[in-house]
Design a binder for this molecule. Structure first.
Ligand code: 26W
Length: 810
């Protein structure tokens, strides 16, 4: 282990980096220089470890995991990697010794925001856990120049700013020009038949070079080191000098710009599909480069691809990397001259698919025309996969059966990526128990009947070393004291031992004090960032996640307006003071989501200005919610809002972060909330609302939002209030119409009005329990103690044992 590095050595290494890379002494260096120097020191340690890891994997001929994802929401890495390597303390001391504040240095690191939300953050947590569990694994994605946009709130509205994370973030990246791959787009295919065998020739294509930029990832308490391979796009022709010299400067650089635009920007859509050509280019770009790279290395080691599936498993993170399937086929057929059946066997024994959403609008379906013109050879292969699948389905279900149409890979001039995954993958999994059931019995019911053995569940998990130990040091100390050390870092189930102290008044008091301290710390941060003073005596009630109608931030707002109205009417309204905190980015093109952000800000503003609310009710919208903000917020949160319409949230992982940090959950029986409820029982969670089954029954029977509205005086008042408008001059009749009459679509698609009363009642229960700190703290302790199952280590063991068939540490 690297913990042999002492403070002096560390200081020397940092100074050397400052001198060599920036030509500065410690006195001349800025925080940014200091951050980069530290990152380079840590990167060197990891890089050396990675070389050793790769040697061992190769010598042992071990099976490797390749985790393909359009998103890796890594956040910051310096403190995390230093902690995992066991050099955090000496590094902090060295930073201090050199005249800097370690906290400020860590704060100067930009978030690597290469993701939108849950799916991307999950990939980051899993990469850490795979490394800690000593699984030979590589993550693959795109080296986006611009990550998820930075959000500013201007006059209550979201404004998007570019996120130039590479300024400092590229300290982590090691560019491996020698492992560049070529990816071909467009052109046309000329068939060359030799007897029965076709040798297709791709002509007139456009090349884009994929250059790997590797980010090493440290595991906890191990030398095992994996990498995240981020592909950067480069043009093979920097500038066309003939055009340049003839004076056509723009044309000269055009080709280069066209190629490099592929890695320019992360699509900021979450759970919403748009058939954009650039997105398809991004997908094929990173998938093709990845497959070529893996296969090239395999061939170099084993001399054949026949045993490829024995040595590799490829996990497809939602359908975005589905093109691995035809791309592997292309290489095996066209470059290696395999027969179809043999190639298909290798592919289908290699690829596994994880689904992360049931929302119909998130399903990827590419228009044939776009697909065919951009990827002519891949189109040909997908057609053949689809044709063979169709025959199999017809044999099984009979011609003309509705199921054959529903399961088709190509239909109505569209390529359906989920069906391609289901056809080719040896495993298909959902991300929580409920979600996996919904996949089997609803979304993919036909495929489930055809091949039930394929369908699995792996409930999501989070990196508890980051999301508990690193971000909540006081809670970490309490856990160490109560569980007899730091074993829980590698064995999260040991958190259970906390429960022996569930009735220990001193421990409960200490837990309460930790939360108060964390709230104060967070309030200081908010004050320094925005000038807003949070009321730390009030219950911190938090909803942070992407803004989406199914997540029902609007239900939370309706309830806040209800509270406000009662407070106005009755100054003696018996009410537990609350500070409601929201954080959410809206996809830039999602109009309703942006309106809801504006509404939250209107409400916040009105309440802040109304003396009746002073010290009792507060609403704050936290700008630019991101990994590094979540890290500050989770330890300070007391109530976690997980209030999606049951059946819609595949899992949720924020819910787990709150739970581990001792927040109680108010939530529906949706996603992983169901399993949290199983763990803690009715008495330690505030469950409300319709179940997934009840939601689907109600929808089948016909849901009439208007009746709920007409029969509930509170709802009537709230809707009127929204219609009439706020002191800032803004009114929200568009949102109330969406709830009551539909405004062109079904009214209240996500059943806010149906769940309102039950939500209100759950909040009343919350208020009552909060008044009894001992009971609250006891519930909080039980939540922490029983959160071990939501560690990413557990999820990764599940993948390793039930899908990947790879050994792991522990
Ligand atoms: C094509 C546009 C698009 C972009 C992203 C469609 C779908 C996505 C993701 C699959 C959305 C997503 O992040 N899903 C979330 O995945 C988490 C990790 O499994 C779950 O915890 C969340 O419930 C789920 O919403």
């Amino acid at each position: 282990m690297a913990d042999s590095f002492r403070k002096d050595q560390m200081a020397q290494m940092i100074l050397a980096k400052l001198r060599r890379n920036f030509g500065r002494t410690a006195e001349q260096a800025t925080n940014a220089h200091m951050f980069q120097a530290c990152a380079l020191v840590v990167r060197d340690i990891m890089s050396a470890n990675n070389i050793a890891t790769e040697k061992l994997v190769q010598l042992g001929q071990q099976r490797q995991v390749h985790y393909l994802s359009m998103e890796f929401l890594m956040g910051r890495s310096l403190e995390k990697n230093a902690f995992n390597l066991g050099v955090l303390e000496p590094m902090k001391e060295a930073i201090k010794f050199l005249g800097f504040d370690p906290g400020e240095i860590f704060e100067s690191e930009p978030d690597a925001g290469l993701g939108n939300g849950g799916l991307g953050r999950l990939a980051a947590c899993y990469l850490e856990a795979m490394t800690t569990l000593e699984i030979p694994a590589t993550g693959y994605s795109i080296c986006y120049e611009l990550g998820i946009f930075k959000q500013k709130i201007v006059d209550g509205q979201q404004v998007e700013l570019a996120d130039n994370w590479l300024d400092l973030g590229d300290s982590w990246l090691i560019t491996r020009t020698d492992e560049t791959e070529e990816v071909k787009f467009g052109g046309r295919i000329i068939d060359h038949w030799e007897g029965n065998i076709n040798h297709p020739e791709h002509v007139e294509y456009t090349s884009v070079l994929a250059v790997p930029r590797d980010m090493p990832v440290a595991g906890y308490n191990t030398d095992h080191t994996n990498v995240l391979r981020l592909w950067d796009a480069k043009s093979p022709t920097p500038v066309d000098m003939s055009l340049y010299s003839s004076g056509d400067y723009l044309k000269a650089v055009e080709r280069q710009a066209m190629a490099e635009v592929i890695a320019k920007v992360l699509y900021p859509d979450d759970n919403h599909y748009e058939g954009k050509s650039l997105r398809l280019r991004q997908q094929y770009f990173f998938v093709s480069a990845t497959v070529q790279s893996i296969m090239r290395k395999h061939r170099a080691q084993y001399g054949t691809l026949r045993n490829f599936h024995e040595k590799h498993v490829i996990q497809i993170n939602d359908t975005h990397p589905t093109l691995v399937i035809p791309e592997m086929m292309r290489i095996l057929l066209d470059e290696e001259s395999y027969e179809w059946d043999e190639a298909w066997e290798i592919v289908t024994k290699t690829v596994a698919y994880t689904n992360h959403t049931v929302l119909a609008e998130a399903l990827e379906r590419w228009p044939q025309q776009l697909f065919e013109s951009l990827l002519p050879r891949i189109w040909g292969i997908v057609c053949e996969i689809a044709r063979r699948y169709q025959i199999e389905l017809e044999r099984h279900f009979g011609q003309g059966d509705g199921r054959v149409a529903r399961m088709a890979i190509i239909w109505d001039n569209e390529v359906r990526m989920a069906n391609l995954c289901i056809c080719a993958c040896f495993a298909v999994n959902g991300v929580s128990a409920l979600h996996s059931e919904i996949l089997k019995h609803d979304v993919f019911a036909d495929a489930y009947r055809l091949d039930p053995g394929k369908f699995k569940n792996v409930t999501n998990g989070i990196d508890h070393r980051r999301w508990l130990s690193e971000i909540n040091p006081k809670l970490d100390s309490l856990i160490r004291d109560c569980t007899g050390g730091d074993d829980y870092l590698l064995q999260a189930y040991k958190l259970k031992e906390l429960e022996k102290h569930a009735d220990d008044a001193a421990v409960l008091e200490r837990l309460g004090q930790i939360k108060r301290d964390n709230k104060l710390r967070f309030a200081d941060y908010v004050k320094s960032e925005s000038g807003i003073l949070l009321n730390t005596d009030a219950l911190f009630d938090v909803q942070v996640k992407r803004l989406h109608e199914y997540k029902r931030q609007l239900l939370n707002v309706l309830h806040i307006i209800y509270l406000y109205q009662h407070m106005k009417e009755d100054p003696h309204f018996d009410f537990q003071p609350r500070t409601f905190l929201f954080g959410a980015k809206a996809a830039p093109g999602y109009y309703v989501a942006k309106r809801i952000i504006r509404l939250i800000n209107s409400v916040a503003d009105m309440i802040a200005k109304d003396p009746v609310c002073k010290d009792r009710l507060q609403v704050t919208f936290l700008e630019n919610y991101r990994v590094s903000l979540a890290e500050k917020l989770m330890p300070a949160s007391e109530l976690s809002e997980q209030i999606s319409t049951a059946g819609k949230e595949a899992s949720g992982t924020g819910n787990m972060k709150f739970m581990m940090n001792g927040a109680l959950t108010i939530g529906t029986l949706d996603g992983a909330n169901v399993e949290m409820h199983d763990q803690v029982g009715d008495n330690n969670i505030f469950i409300f609302g319709l179940t997934a089954q009840e939601v689907s029954d109600l929808k089948a029977k016909g849901y009439h939002a208007y009746d709920y509205y007409m029969n509930n005086p509170d709802l009537k008042w709230i809707m009127k209030f929204l219609n009439d408008g706020f002191p800032d001059g803004e009114s929200y009749g568009d949102l109330t119409r969406r709830l009551i009459s539909g405004d062109g679509c079904p009214a209240d698609e996500y059943l806010l009005l149906a769940d309102f009363e039950s939500y209100k009642a759950a909040h009343e229960r919350v208020g009552k329990v909060y008044r009894d700190p001992k009971q609250w703290n006891r519930m909080s302790l039980i939540n922490i103690a029983r959160s071990g199952i939501f560690a990413a280590d557990r999820s990764i063991c599940d993948y390793a044992e039930t899908i990947w068939d790879v050994p792991h540490r522990g």
